[in-house]
Design a protein around this ligand. Structure first.
Ligand code: PAP
Length: 335
């Protein structure tokens, strides 16, 4: 059942928090807040909307994460191909350590082998010790480009971003949140029309989506050796060339010998939607601090699924939005 919610959220609506007031709490109270369509609190900070539950870990990561030159940072707007990209980058970087049939991905969800800064590493600890993680370290984040820790901007670490057609991203996000019942209104969410309207006004987790994509697109245009910009749709269309591109960017190009042995296809096959979705490790269990089901990262894995849920008028609204927001930048997502 869907119902209308009172979307504005004042500081009086906050869950009771008896912990001693700290810098973070004080900051939170000064910021605009809104309820998401599934009942989670969102807070607006420096032009972006964040889930309140992720805000503190994100600020910790931003302040304390020390990137190494060899690090690879997977950056995405949620539901744009993070799980896929984690599996691919992990397999590419570790192909000398594990053969395909010994891959840890056969036993663990991709989110277990490549942690998020905000959902995993800084979730409970302000400044975890990450020094002993073997290099090349691969981390993931949904943070907007300007929010990345200074060391990521300043040193030789590389960033791989993957974007996705916002209509499919919205549909994917909606299913994911309703499936995992994260928000307190997940059983009585806002209807699709209202949720979509919020999405188009940029009021959604990690939104506005156009600012998120634009930040990484501009960074990629300015420094393509630092930031690789991928599109979910391109990976679906031609995974082989995209896997080669990712490997080259990461500094681990495939040798002719490896290509001849079929390693690119083997990695692409292992990380494909069908392969990962059918593994026991991805059919059971939870991830991201127990908040979400492993299986919920593998829904349909298709391009254009939005046509089953959204109207042509909604698509037109997003098309126009992208046209105006991305104007002159060269960034396009086919609808
Ligand atoms: P996250 O941001 O929460 O980590 P993310 O992995 O970015 O999620 O997005 C999940 C989407 O990627 C799902 O899309 P759908 O809802 O439209 O189906 C999921 O099915 C899809 N996905 C996950 N793994 C793969 C894969 N290996 N190949 C293609 N699509 C995938």
């Amino acid at each position: 059942m869907e119902k209308k919610q009172d979307l504005k959220c004042s500081s009086a609506d906050h869950e009771v928090d008896n912990s001693p007031k700290d810098e973070f709490q004080e900051l939170l109270q000064t910021l605009e807040q809104h309820m998401s369509w599934d009942g989670q609190r969102l807070v607006k900070y420096k032009g972006f909307w964040f889930l309140v539950m992720i805000f503190r870990p994100m600020l910790f990561a931003r302040k304390n994460f020390k990137a190494k030159d060899t690090d690879v940072i997977i950056s995405t707007m949620s539901k744009s191909g993070t799980t896929w990209l984690k599996a691919l980058t992990f397999s590419i970087a570790n192909r000398d350590r594990f053969t395909i049939d010994q891959s840890p991905l056969l036993a663990c969800n991709p989110h277990t082998v490549v942690p998020f800064l905000e959902y995993n590493l800084y979730w409970e600890q302000e400044n975890p010790d990450l020094e002993d993680i073997p290099c090349p370290r691969i981390f993931a984040t949904h943070m907007p480009f300007d929010f990345l820790p200074d060391s990521v901007h300043e040193n030789g670490s590389r960033i791989i971003y993957i974007g996705r057609n916002p209509l499919d991203q919205f549909v994917s996000q909606r299913h994911f949140l309703l499936e995992n019942k994260i928000g307190k209104e997940a059983d009585h969410p806002l209807g699709v029309d209202e949720a979509f309207d919020m999405f188009c006004r940029g009021i959604h987790s990690w939104g506005p989506f156009w600012e998120h994509m634009h930040g990484y697109w501009n960074a990629h245009s300015e420094n393509p050796r630092k930031v690789l910009f991928l599109k979910y749709e391109d990976l679906k269309e031609d995974i082989t060339s995209q896997v080669k591109k990712i490997a080259e960017f990461m500094g681990f190009p495939f040798s002719l010998e490896e290509a001849k042995q079929g390693l690119i296809d083997q990695i692409s096959g292992l990380c494909s939607f069908e392969s990962l979705r059918n593994l026991a490790a991805n059919k059971t269990g939870n991830n991201l601090n127990g908040l979400v089901k492993n299986s919920s990262f593998f829904r349909k894995g298709k391009v254009g699924d939005w046509t089953n849920y959204l109207t042509p008028a909604m698509a037109e609204r997003v098309r126009k939005l992208m046209e105006s927001k991305f104007e002159g930048s060269g960034l396009i997502f086919k609808i």
